[in-house]
Design a protein around this ligand. Sequence first.
Ligand code: PLP
Length: 468
Amino acid sequence: MEANGKAGTRPAGQGGGDYPLREAMERAAGRVRLHMPGHFGRRPPGARLAWRLDLTEVEGLDTLGAPQGVLRDLVRRTAKVYGAEAAWLSVQGATLPVLAGTLALWPARATVAVERHAHRSVLAAAALGDWDIRWVPAATDPEWGVLLPTPPERWAEVLAEPLDGVVVVQPTYEGLAYPLAEVVRRARAVGAVTFVDAAHASHWGRSPALPPHPLEAAPALVAHGLHKTEPALTQTGLLLAGPDAPAERVDDAWRMLGTSSPSYLLLAAIEGYVAARETGDGGWGRFAEEIVTVWEDGRRRGFRILQDEWCRRGGTADPAKLTVRGNGRDMVMRLRRAGIEPEAWGPGWVTLVVGPAQGLPARFWRRFWDVIGPPAEPPAWWHAGGWPEPGPARLRPAAARGAVWERVPLREARGRVAARPLTPYPPGIPAVVPGEEITEAWQETLTRLVAAGVVVEGVEEGSVWVVV
Ligand SMILES: Cc1ncc(COP(=O)(O)O)c(C=O)c1O
């Protein structure tokens, strides 16, 4: 299958020396990239970024912390192109927009409901702001094993309790969502504000063929990572304001948490993206229609595609994600043999990031199913099932971080209170959070995952950190 570029062994322009990282990057760049970043190694028109332009806040380049010149103009253009009340430019991924945005809304000791499949940046905000966090347990799809978005009726139950706010992740990592407007409306009715972590949805609303942009539901703030699905450099991100955003508090939090050395290469990449968005849909309208024919082709050949099934169940699915069910290890080996690198995989699935910027021809997709196939079931030992219920919260995350810790073997950790998050990767979502009891079910699940070769961040040489 065609690759985006040529695999090389020596970094371009290097005469010799020891550059194993650069060499590994050259090899990775030579494969067909069905993974983030969303430029897929193809330079968008007009982008000419080089070491020469790696500048700092000198005369004429403005100051990101208090923009008054070219950066203020870029901020305004960004807000306008998204129809936002205000915008903030991030060179620290979606992490800074999540941290600064949520801490601007809830600086200290607020009661906030958070979906359990939230990114660890939300957990960090909860610890920094010492929130009383109310987890909304994530449902796992019993057949696919992926975490599902929270349906509006479940949010209605959550919002029956007094809350200062809610954090909604839209969409999930695999691109699944429910309509947002109902949740925002219900939250507002009980005096709670809504923050939307739309790290993976910066392209939404760019074409009528895509799901609507989260701002249409009028939450207080929306966070994006630009590189996840769009042609922008890694670590570019945005925070966008809806009608109830406390802009002065966001400015304050942004300065407190943001770097004082913003990368102008990344800011220029944001400018390139905004300029492209001002002039068109970036090919998304056509792509969103084409990908549905790829789904249909796969379905005809006996494959199961998560996003296709979710749409047919009446949900909203992002055309930028393609999750195929089967034996994950076999599928990933077949793809890699064909020079294709996927975004993520687990025992029962493979997830790809796709988009118009890839420029993959129709013949790529015609051959794709032969390369990944034949259709197969996940391995018999794998039961998608669900994640166990979270253990009881014994301490707030901030209190667990401030306590004295000790390290104990995972096999002796049952009943102890976690000091650090325990995060299986993939999906990279904390399974046990600081302050929570490590239950028997979680101890067994984590032990099984580690034995199966899954990396669990927080389990080091079979041991975990717990509160003394
Ligand atoms: C839902 C969600 N929010 C926030 C982030 C943080 O984004 P970044 O890694 O760009 O800082 C991620 C990263 O994967 C994410 O999936």
